[in-house]
Structure formats: structure tokens, C-alpha cells
Design a protein around this ligand. Structure first.
Ligand code: HEM
Length: 369
């Protein structure tokens, strides 16, 4: 990828024509500041595109606040590249992002955490960062990485994700030019691919927002509820029944933690390898309500060591969900294909297309390729 290509994309990112403006969150964009910015307010918007590029150039040339660019209608947006590297005239290439991927892959496996990998909690971070999207107001999603801020970081659904965010700070320290949204979603991609899952097409372009971009509580699914709730939540993101089921297949990975969600246990016997076992187990095992002093969850009758959430079990109770769950139980390749497509889309929720640095998502190499 040539440097010229990225410069072109930067320009595209700097001059969005259809940047969503209607939401209450948008007003905050006018108040953007960066780690490097001072309290000086941004200069008034130039009137034409030419002025726009000159305006952006002037900011960069001044070596100061590189984040401000202005569209014709005066909306200030931050550029897709991070200020520090713009200042240093650094334009990251696919290779640079591959280096970040490789570094994440390097620190995934550990002996003293859960089942031996940070992969599941990193995937959950990427999903919770993206799954706040609301297609009607065009707010939420992975663009601004607002889970860094309170109160979003303290929302009940995000309990325990500080582990993943803190881990990602180590990567961020080494690659300060990457935005948090790109870093977290790339970590999700890396987690899936390194845990034997399919390739997840991905591309960079997310930008860091501010605390006022944070989304209200209640946008992520509540595991104690049923089919209607799942549909309300996922339709709001723009997904359909088949996609809800494919996405739920992520629960082949990881486990529930009593000190995070209150639920307990893994869904499968191989929680750090992505397979279609989650679907197989849903059909093949007999599931009974666990008798315990905790939230309502199911356990497998045979061993009592596996669990299903009420929202997992609904996939074999609801007629429409069940059809897809059965198809995935019968065919892992089909599950992988659909999972790859839907996760790739999930991670792009809330990111205006013109912000992406490439029209076609990339396929990142696995660490052993
Ligand atoms: C369908 C609605 C969903 C509900 C109600 C739900 C709920 C939960 C809950 C309660 C936990 C346990 C958290 C903990 O105690 O640590 C969890 C973990 C997890 N979820 Fe979901 N989830 C849903 C969808 C998804 C999706 C779409 C993905 C990814 C594409 C995903 C990926 C994960 C992963 C990987 C874990 C394990 C995290 C770990 O081991 O630390 N979930 N989920």
C-alpha cells in the first residue's frame, strides 16, 4: 500500500459528506480535543474543499493539533490518523497494522489466566465496543472507543472488561499511533484467528472520541431475557435472526465469571478454540436449570460442568433461531463463513465509510503464517 494511497484516504476521511449529525452525541464533536491539544478553540471552518485541505495542512504544518479538519458545513471531525504520527509524518501501512496484530498474538497465551488465553476477553471487549450501535440515531459502535470513559466503563454489561482494556494499554504504549477503536477491534480479529477461527476481514480508520460520545446504559444484551429482547437489541444494530445466531456462536469461547456477570462456567469443553461445539452441545446435551444461589442459568445434565445462559438456550427454543442453530451444529464450515461475515460487520458498526483507509477490508496474517 503506497503512502500516496493513504494520503488520499486521509483526505476522504477529512471531508465527510454524509457525516451523521442528527444525534445528541454529535454536538460533542465540536468540542474535540486531543492529548496534545491545548485549550485553544479550533479555528473557524473554511468555506471550500480547497480551503479544507489547506486548513488541514496548516494544522499539520504547525506541528500542533493535527486532529482538526473541517467539512463545508463547519462540522469538525478528527482525522483517521492519530495526531502523534501525523506530526511525525508517519503513515501506517498494512504491515504496521500486521505488527500490532503480531504483538497481540504474542501476549494472548498465558498460564495464569482463566483457560490459558486472553483471547476470549479480548473478543468480548471488541464486541461490547461495537455492539452499542444504534442504526437509527447512528450513535455508538466501535468508532470512538467510548468504553474508556465513565460511566460506560462502569456499565454492568462491561464488568471485567478492564482486564482487556488494561492489556491493550501495553500494546498502545508500543504503537501509540493506533486508535483505540482500531486496536480493540484488531484484538478481536486476532483473538478469533489465533483461537483457530476463520479469517475476519478488517480495516482501520476508527478515531478516538471523548467522554460525551459515550453511549447510554442498556444497549447490550441482558442474558436473563428471551427471544424478544435478543431481537430488540440486535435488530437495533441492524442484524437479522441468522446473524444473531451466528454471533452467539462466539460463546464457544471463554467463560462466565461470578465476579463479573454473576454467571459461572464455560459453554464448551475447549473454551480457547473456536468450533461449532456450542451449537452441537445445545442440541446434543440435556440442559437443566442449575440449582444454586446465583442468576438463572442452565447446566448440562451429564457432567454439570458446562453452562448455557437463558439467551443461549433460546436459540433452540425459538423456531426461527433454531433453524440456523441446527444448520451451524451440522456444518462448522457454514458457521465459520457466516461468523466471519457478521463479526467483520459488527466491528465496523458506527464507523462512517469514508473514515476507512481502504475500500476493501484486509485479511490479516495469522502469527504462524
Ligand atoms: C447474544 C447475546 C449475548 C449475551 C446475552 C451475552 C452475555 C455474556 C455473558 C453474561 C458473558 C459472561 C461474562 C463474564 O462473566 O465474564 C459473556 C461472555 C462472553 N461473550 Fe457474550 N453475550 C452475547 C453475545 C456475544 C457476542 C455477539 C459475542 C461475540 C461475537 C460474545 C462473546 C463473548 C465472549 C468471547 C465471552 C467470554 C469472555 C471471557 O471469557 O472473559 N458474546 N457473554
Amino acid at each position: 500500500m503506497s503512502a500516496a494511497f493513504f494520503r488520499t484516504s486521509l483526505r476522504r476521511a477529512a471531508a465527510p459528506r454524509s457525516f451523521p449529525r442528527a444525534s445528541p452525541f454529535r454536538s460533542s464533536i465540536l468540542r474535540y480535543s486531543t492529548q496534545e491539544s491545548t485549550s485553544t478553540p479550533p479555528p473557524p471552518p473554511p468555506k471550500s474543499n480547497t480551503a479544507l485541505f489547506i486548513g488541514l495542512g496548516a494544522v499539520v504544518a504547525a506541528g500542533g493539533v493535527a486532529y482538526y479538519a473541517f467539512s463545508d458545513d463547519g462540522t469538525a471531525v478528527k482525522s483517521g490518523l492519530q495526531a502523534a504520527k501525523v506530526k511525525a509524518n508517519f503513515v501506517p501501512t498494512k504491515d504496521d497494522y500486521q505488527k500490532v496484530y503480531n504483538k497481540i498474538a504474542e501476549i494472548l497465551d498465558v498460564d495464569d489466566y482463566d483457560d490459558g488465553s486472553y483471547g476470549p476477553v479480548l473478543l468480548r471487549l471488541a464486541w461490547h465496543a461495537s455492539g452499542t450501535y444504534d442504526k437509527d440515531s447512528k450513535t455508538g459502535g466501535s468508532n470512538y472507543a467510548t468504553m474508556r470513559f465513565e460511566p460506560e466503563s462502569l456499565h454492568g454489561a462491561n464488568a471485567g472488561l478492564h482486564v482487556a482494556r488494561e492489556l491493550m494499554e501495553k500494546i498502545k504504549a508500543e504503537f501509540p499511533w493506533i486508535s483505540y477503536g482500531d486496536l480493540w477491534t484488531l484484538a478481536g480479529v486476532c483473538a478469533v484467528q489465533e483461537m483457530a477461527g476463520p479469517k475476519i476481514p478488517w480495516r482501520p480508520g476508527r478515531i478516538d472520541g471523548v467522554a460525551t460520545d459515550a453511549t447510554p446504559d442498556g444497549r447490550l444484551p441482558d442474558a436473563t431475557q428471551g427471544a424478544d429482547h435478543l431481537r430488540n437489541i440486535f435488530y437495533r444494530m441492524g442484524f437479522n435472526d441468522q446473524e444473531i445466531v451466528a454471533l452467539s456462536g462466539a460463546h464457544a469461547l471463554g467463560r462466565c465469571h461470578p465476579d463479573r456477570s454473576g454467571f459461572e462456567g464455560p459453554w464448551t469443553f475447549a473454551p480457547i478454540t473456536l468450533t461449532n461445539d456450542y451449537f452441537k452441545l445445545l442440541f446434543d446435551e440435556k440442559w437443566v436449570w442449575r440449582k444454586w444461589n446465583g442468576p438463572k442459568q442452565l447446566q448440562d445434565k451429564k457432567t454439570g460442568t458446562l453452562m448455557m445462559l437463558p439467551t443461549d438456550y433460546v436459540l433452540v427454543q425459538d423456531k426461527s433461531f433454531k433453524k440456523y442453530a441446527k444448520a451451524y451444529a451440522d456444518d462448522q464450515d457454514l458457521f465459520f463463513k457466516d461468523f466471519s461475515n457478521v463479526v467483520s460487520r459488527l466491528f465496523e458498526l458506527g464507523v462512517p465509510t469514508q473514515q476507512f483507509v481502504t475500500p476493501e477490508p484486509w485479511i490479516m496474517k495469522n502469527s504462524d503464517e
